[in-house]
Design a protein around this ligand. Structure first.
Ligand SMILES: Cc1cc2nc3c(=O)[nH]c(=O)nc-3n(C[C@H](O)[C@H](O)[C@H](O)COP(=O)(O)OP(=O)(O)OC[C@H]3O[C@@H](n4cnc5c(N)ncnc54)[C@H](O)[C@@H]3O)c2cc1C
Length: 410
């Protein structure tokens, strides 16, 4: 049986970031990921450059954009963390800063907008292709001498032992570790196997994501419309007329059934009053949305981070930002525990991480739930309340500054 100080299950955005943040900790780390290894960042950008030369390749309203459909709004705090650990992509083609945000209630007349200059920042955040962050983190992870990367192998079972956890993989390999970290996403097997409970409920919405081409430049503004069936976001991409769409809806089947032209027309009907016409759309993908929160993130020898610990509605683009903050905090805690000569699996050590992260994650989950309920309601009283609220915040500089700072992670 192999031995490791820390075994991380899951090499997505958060698991890989956590592995990179353990550089210099003196801990031997093993990362296990069921999928194949990501492509290195130079391969990814040369592919993207090739595809970019074919961009605007469209047949009527059907677009082949070359942009990966999964992007994230990354705030300043996450960007600084990723830069420190070698996870911030250099390639300008995979990311776009946004300098302003605008939000409308389509069932009323109120709106709110704020800009980076109001909080003395250059931008409120950056829209980045998830695959580019994973590829950059992978480049950095590959050269770490305290890290062993194991791809295309899956967690099978875990047993609690005196020294931590005995971890068995589907291919029969076994590893003994002092600390087991679940970074294995919303359906976390680590959480299930450890018997950690979570509070889950469906948002009864599915996010439809794609890339669209507009008839005018997006001006680096992230825009969102709250419609009766859910929020629709248009996030600016590197190409001045391209946006990423995240449309969370109670009626995803109807949206997915539309042909490309009808989909673009529908988007233009919602967004066109304030902004631009949608000319063409790429292939659409869908993701059912569930709110989950683990009751405990830790137990002796075990910790959960990222979506394994909590998933929230994407309407404010905060999910992976919270996950990166988990990874950063747990890594800082382990660096400190190493200096103090403590066992990384000691529950007292792990509770320091949980106590720092859980209140912030729970607060954000509660705020998202509040937003979703407030904007999901058709009740005339609630409609009046939210329109008045939006106007109030838009007219009150301190409240606007607070909202802008929250969005920017400043
Ligand atoms: C439509 C949509 C838009 C979003 N937009 C934003 C945004 O703008 N900003 C933002 O901050 N967040 C956003 N999010 C949230 C964000 O995508 C997630 O929070 C983030 O991907 C979670 O990363 P993770 O590494 O924790 O989990 P995952 O990305 O789910 O990674 C888990 C990894 O674990 C691996 N794995 C799972 N089980 C096993 C196993 N048994 N053995 C080995 N490996 C395993 C998986 O293969 C996977 O690679 C959005 C989410 C959605 C759905």
């Amino acid at each position: 049986m192999d031995n490791s100080d820390v075994v991380i299950i899951g090499g997505g955005l958060v698991g890989l970031a956590f592995a990179c943040a353990l550089k210099g900790s003196g801990l031997q780390v093993t990362l296990i990921e069921s999928q194949s290894a990501p492509r290195a960042s130079d391969e990814l950008s040369s592919d993207a450059a090739q595809t970019a030369s074919h961009r605007s390749n469209r047949d009527g309203a059907q677009l082949i954009s070359g942009v990966s459909p999964r992007v994230s709004a990354i705030n300043g705090k996450s960007r600084r963390f990723l830069s420190q650990i070698g996870g911030w992509p250099d390639d300008a083609g995979c990311k776009a800063d946004y300098t302003g945000m605008a939000v409308w209630d389509t069932q009323g007349t109120a709106s709110i907008n704020f800009s980076a200059s109001e909080i003395q920042q250059d931008c409120l955040g950056t829209i980045v292709e998830n695959a580019a962050i994973v590829a950059t983190l992978y480049d950095s992870a590959m050269v770490l001498d305290n890290l062993k990367l194991m791809y295309e192998t899956e967690l099978e079972s875990v047993d609690s032992t005196e020294a931590g956890y005995a971890i068995r993989l589907k291919d029969g390999q076994e590893i003994q570790s002092r600390l087991l970290v679940g970074a294995d996403g919303g359906q976390s097997r680590v959480k299930q196997l450890a018997g950690l409970k979570s509070i889950d409920w469906s948002y009864h919405q599915t996010a439809v994501v794609t890339t669209v081409e507009l008839d005018q430049p997006h001006d680096n503004i992230a825009r969102q419309w709250f419609t009766a069936s859910g929020p629709l976001a248009l996030l600016p991409l590197n190409q001045p007329n391209y946006c990423s769409v995240v449309w969370s809806s109670t009626e995803p089947d109807q949206i997915l059934a539309l042909d490309a032209q009808a989909f673009c027309d529908q988007l233009t009907r919602i967004t066109g009053k304030q902004t631009q016409a949608v000319l063409a759309c790429d292939k659409r993908f869908s993701f059912p949305l569930t709110q989950r929160h683990a009751v405990q993130y830790t137990r002796d020898g075990l910790a959960l981070i990222g979506d394994a610990a909590h998933t929230i509605h994407p309407l404010a683009g905060q999910g992976v930002n919270l996950g990166f903050a988990d990874a950063q905090t747990l890594a800082q805690t382990l660096h400190q525990c190493r200096l103090e000569g403590q066992n990384p699996g000691d529950l007292k050590v792990l509770k320091r991480y949980e106590n720092r992260r859980k209140p912030e994650n729970m607060l954000m989950a509660a705020v998202m739930e509040g937003f979703k309920r407030l904007f999901g309601s058709d009740d005339p009283g609630v409609r009046w309340l939210r329109n008045s609220g939006l106007r109030l915040v838009n007219g009150a500089r301190p409240l606007k500054t607070m909202a802008a700072k929250l969005a920017a992670g400043a």
